[in-house]
Design a protein around this ligand. Structure first.
Ligand code: ZN
Length: 110
């Protein structure tokens, strides 16, 4: 008696959809701590750029820009910590700069 083997190849295509959502939660108080600022020459509140951005309601990119242009104090070890003292001082100044920049743009595009 012959054995009939039937090979049925069933192709299963399984699609798995994974939805990734990233939630960045900052516990209060925001990760800032006292550290020595070489410019202030004292212990001041310092924070990583992402926390500093939240504290000053600006963007992380803006914080890095201020660091790169030496407008704010910072220490660089394995990561950057910015001096919140200098950031607070520059904040009002940058608001003025922002206004001037916008005015200039208005003039240019008028
Ligand atoms: Zn400082």
């Amino acid at each position: 008696m012959p054995v009939v083997t039937r090979k049925t190849q069933m192709q299963h295509k399984t699609e798995i959809e994974i939805e990734l959502s990233e939630t960045i939660a900052y516990k209060r108080p925001i990760a800032s701590f006292e550290s020595f600022c070489p410019v202030c020459k004292s212990l001041v509140e310092m924070a990583p750029p992402e926390a500093a951005a939240i504290l000053t309601r600006t963007t992380e990119r803006e914080i890095y820009r201020l660091v790169e242009t030496n407008l704010i104090h910072f220490v660089e070890t394995d990561k950057i910590l910015v001096c919140l003292n200098s950031l607070a001082e520059i904040k009002s100044a940058t608001d003025v700069m922002q206004n001037n920049y916008e005015k200039q743009n208005n003039i240019l595009f008028d």
